[in-house]
Design a protein around this ligand. Structure first.
Ligand code: NAP
Ligand code: MN
Length: 262
């Protein structure tokens, strides 16, 4: 197995990396940064997002496995005290493979188009001026939106920004897109849906309008659209991310450990 690391680069993460390097080489794995089949990310959820974007072009040939070097980590199944467990689960094929579809958006500018990909969500935001756009689902008008922005999140992203906005947490076994509003204007004149909308896996969300002053965000990345952005078309992507989970991994237990204090 050819492996490489993606580390948050703080001292703790670097020490974990050194230790894992020795342990993995000792079971016959090969360190190879050019053509890795396995990326071990060490840090937090943000580290995972960065690792995925770094390897986007070869994402279908790679699996990710995560070690927490901080306290939490939704995507990091192993603690820093579980390195031997991680190595033995890899050696004996005991990990549980999770395959998750990414989200993609086609950004339509006046003179060109480009596609972006995200694990968590794709956002269109303007915190300084009311963002006005038409929202269409599969080409049908849903609403004329006025507010700070809209996000479309994946099942994996439901516990990130989407949760802070009051969107629902989604079991990763459900294939869907979730459209959630950011600070909508709601009064006698303007009214939009006012709740999160969970959409089937084959739906497309179109945001259409004069989007020049809005910022397009995807995972930890954002684009300031200096040129004329006229529409965004968002859908589930064919690209998937493979995560090797710790044996016995459970989404319900993860929710309990991450969000519930009792
Ligand atoms: P960040 O500002 O460090 O991320 C915000 C927090 O979200 C961090 O605690 C991060 O964990 C956690 N997180 C990321 N993805 C998650 C997921 N799928 N489920 C649960 N928690 C998750 O920035 P970042 O690390 O580069 O992550 C980018 C993400 O931050 C974006 O995709 C967006 O979802 C999220 N975000 C959230 C808010 C908000 O909640 N108000 C605002 C902006 C962005 P770690 O500390 O382990 O990295
Ligand atoms: Mn972070």
């Amino acid at each position: 197995m050819r492996f490489a690391f993606y580390s948050r680069s703080d001292d703790n993460s670097e020490n974990i990396k050194k230790s894992l390097m020795e342990k993995l080489v000792s079971i016959g794995f090969t360190f190879n940064e050019q053509k890795p089949e396995l990326i071990i990310f060490i840090g937090g959820d943000g580290t995972f997002l960065r690792a995925v974007h770094e390897h986007l072009n070869t994402i279908d040939k790679i699996s990710f496995i995560g070690v927490r070097s901080g306290t939490l980590g939704f995507f990091c199944d192993y603690g820093s005290d579980e390195l031997d467990l991680l190595v033995s689960e890899l050696k004996y094929g005991k990990t549980q493979l999770g395959s998750y579809r990414m989200i993609e958006a086609n950004l339509k500018y006046q003179t060109r188009q480009t596609t972006i990909y995200a694990v968590n969500e794709i956002r269109l935001e303007n915190p300084f001026h009311t963002m006005i756009c038409e929202v269409q689902i599969n080409g049908e008008k849903l609403e004329h939106f006025r507010g700070n922005g809209l996000i479309v999140s994946s099942n994996l992203g439901s516990s990130a920004y989407n949760k802070s906005l009051g969107g629902a947490l989604v079991d990763p076994s459900v294939s869907m897109l979730q459209l959630t509003e950011i600070a909508t204007i709601q009064n006698n004149v303007y009214h939009s849906l006012g709740s999160s909308l969970v959409l089937g896996a084959e739906r497309t969300v179109n945001l259409i309008g004069d989007l020049n002053r809005s910022v397009v965000g995807f995972d930890h990345i954002f684009l300031e659209t200096g040129e004329s952005l006229t529409a965004i078309e968002i859908r589930l992507s064919k690209k998937t991310v493979q995560i090797l989970h710790k044996s016995g991994h459970s989404y319900i237990d993860l929710l309990h450990k991450t969000f519930v204090v009792d």
